[in-house]
Design a binder for this molecule. Structure first.
Ligand code: SAM
Ligand code: SF4
Ligand code: SF4
Length: 355
């Protein structure tokens, strides 16, 4: 791994055309997954990234270092299913060698978590988010195509046991599917001192089964919950954090990520690097920048930083807001990417670029 200057003032931080800083990096460590969630990977088979293109852990850490040079301080490991990537704790350790990276988080479906949680904790991982959409094993099987519910629950239980605080449980809220489980999920999370975040169903990548009627909006979620809990005050906003947080009587906190009905593009400081080193400035971006090629051809750190700096400086992406504009014309369903196009370019898939 190349060494990086610990002095970030040597490389002034960069902002995009809307004055949004480059702060948070999502590293998709693999495009493979051991579940087939219907809203993300509804097909049985996919066009996988060629193995030789997939970055080594050292290459990922080197790239992350260039991003840190330009202001990134948070890295989230995602995928596909990140725990399918062998030796993930080593990547955590490599990333933490760079002291400017102050937060490393993981988003996982939880299936393999119980086996790996101790090593990840020991390596210095700070935060864990487990995706959990239902508490009913049969529903879980229908949604994911796999019988892994009990392993996910074991994974969730294991997080607190090794000492992680602030566990988050991310639930894609789907109308007509799990909208009858909102309260049960909040109460389940409370039991594990976790915070649920309800994510509005997004029309992104392989979500070809998406329809506006299936979106359980923030307003609907709050309406249902307040029928049970009474008035639900919002907590003050926290900068670029995507979740709006709410307080229930008794002190329980939950979040809503209203990406579909109330996008937060104006504050978005996130970008994504795929397992094969393509850099995307937005979840909805249809093209990205190849960082693998220059990295493997031995581009200097200055050149790599310049590619990233100049890419971010011209960023105009506001993908979710643009979808809202389509919606006003009644054309939102037309924004979905067809399966043939997804097969031609798997980078357009959510599971490739990381959620
Ligand atoms: N496999 C890991 C997991 O499921 O946590 C990490 C990758 S997954 C793509 C990251 C997050 O994206 C998950 O919480 C998942 O629920 C969410 N996601 C995937 N497709 C989505 C969609 N169409 N709308 C909203 N969230 C989605
Ligand atoms: Fe489900 Fe995550 Fe796998 Fe997508 S990447 S199918 S959301 S577990
Ligand atoms: Fe950021 Fe794009 Fe999501 Fe908007 S749609 S919040 S710009 S990633």
């Amino acid at each position: 791994m190349m060494s990086h200057s610990p002095d970030s003032t040597l490389h002034p931080a960069v902002v995009d055309t809307y004055d949004r800083p480059l702060k948070s990096l999502r590293l998709s460590v693999t495009d493979r997954c051991n579940l087939r969630c219907r809203y993300c990977m509804p097909e049985a088979e996919y066009v996988w990234l060629p193995r030789e293109d997939v970055l080594s852990l050292e290459e990922m850490a080197t790239l992350a270092g260039y991003f840190a040079d330009l202001g990134v301080d948070k890295v989230r490991l995602t995928g596909g299913e990140p725990l399918l990537r062998r030796d993930l704790p080593r990547l955590v350790r490599l990333l933490l060698q760079d002291r400017r990276i102050t937060e490393i988080a993981l988003t996982t479906n939880g299936v393999l978590l119980a086996d790996q949680v101790q090593e990840l904790y020991d390596a210095g991982l700070q935060r864990v988010t487990v995706s959990l959409d239902t508490l009913r094993p049969e529903r879980f099987r229908q949604l994911t195509g796999r019988d892994e519910f009990s392993r996910v629950i074991e994974g969730i239980e294991s997080v607190g046991k090794v000492g992680f605080g602030n566990l988050k449980l991310d639930t894609v809220a789907i109308r007509g599917f799990n909208d009858d489980e909102l309260i049960a999920l909040i109460e389940f999370a409370k039991h594990y001192q976790a915070e649920v975040r309800f994510i509005e169903y997004m029309d992104v990548g392989g979500a070809n089964e998406w329809a506006m009627e299936k979106v359980l909006s923030r307003a609907m979620i709050l309406d249902r919950l307040s029928q049970h809990y009474g008035p639900i005050p919002a907590l003050p906003e926290r900068g670029a954090a995507p979740a709006q947080r709410f307080l229930l009587p008794g002190g329980t906190i939950f979040g809503i990520i209203p990406s579909t009905t109330t996008p937060f593009c104006a504050q978005c400081d996130r970008s994504r690097v795929t397992a094969d080193g393509m850099w995307y400035l937005c979840l909805y971006a249809t093209s990205g920048t190849d960082l693998r090629k220059p990295l493997r051809m031995g581009a200097s750190p200055e050149r790599m930083r310049e590619i990233i700096r100049s890419g971010w400086a011209v960023r105009r992406d506001r993908g979710a807001e643009e979808r809202k504009v389509l919606e006003r014309g009644g054309r939102r369903d037309g924004g979905l990417i067809g399966i043939d196009r997804l097969r031609e370019d798997p980078h357009l898939e959510m599971h490739v670029r990381g959620g």
